[in-house]
Design a protein around this ligand. Structure first.
Ligand code: MN
Length: 193
């Protein structure tokens, strides 16, 4: 089975004015779709891998019996697919506060505000294209983490909980080079904590 673009459960304009409709539409239908198309292309030669969840492909990347170029494509485009699928869910405007996540954040970082400051700082400092994350490590401990390009936390065995896309394609139309302003407004669209 081929991987497919997940439908958004909300409209492209649902996150206005924080994230504009045009950016959402291009980000979903062009950028995310391109990762999926290239992931499917990389898996074409390997029918036995086509039904594996992307998360499992990434967790087991080093042991997949594939050519190196294909391994690299699965890392980049499988990462792009799984990262964006989570990103859309996290921004669903119907999301309610997640009290158990808030409690875990409070006990790990002191407060939601302290966590947001540290996460914002990490996201601001990602060099070039990449992501800022809140992940759970193998022992279940929360930590802030960053990745370059489309690398997924699953590559290191971490489970992504919150992910912020800081590629310019996520904000350039509205914010141009002003990544800090995008991050500040992304928090306003984010309802889970
Ligand atoms: Mn993106």
């Amino acid at each position: 089975m081929k991987h497919e673009l997940p439908k958004l459960s909300y409209g492209y304009d649902a996150l206005e004015p924080y994230i504009d409709a045009k950016t959402m539409e291009i980000h979903h239908t062009k950028h995310h779709q391109a990762y999926i198309d290239k992931l499917n292309a990389a898996l074409e030669k390997y029918p036995e891998l086509q039904d594996m969840a992307v998360e499992d492909l990434l967790k087991n990347l080093d042991s997949l019996k594939v050519e190196d170029a294909d391994r690299n494509a699965i890392r980049n485009h499988g990462g792009g697919h799984v990262n964006h699928s989570l990103f859309w869910k996290l921004l669903d405007p119907s999301n309610q506060k997640d009290e158990s996540l808030i409690a875990e954040i409070n006990s790990t970082f002191g407060s939601v505000d302290d966590f947001k400051k540290q996460f914002t700082d990490a996201a601001t400092k990602v060099f070039g294209s990449g992501w800022a994350w809140l992940v759970k490590d193998q022992s279940g401990k929360l930590m802030i983490y960053e990745t370059g390009r489309q690398d997924s936390p699953y590559l290191k065995g971490y489970t992504p909980i919150i992910g912020l896309d800081v590629w310019e394609h996520a904000y350039y139309l509205k914010y141009q080079n002003r990544r800090p302003e995008y991050i500040e407004n992304w928090w306003k669209a984010f309802k889970l904590i």
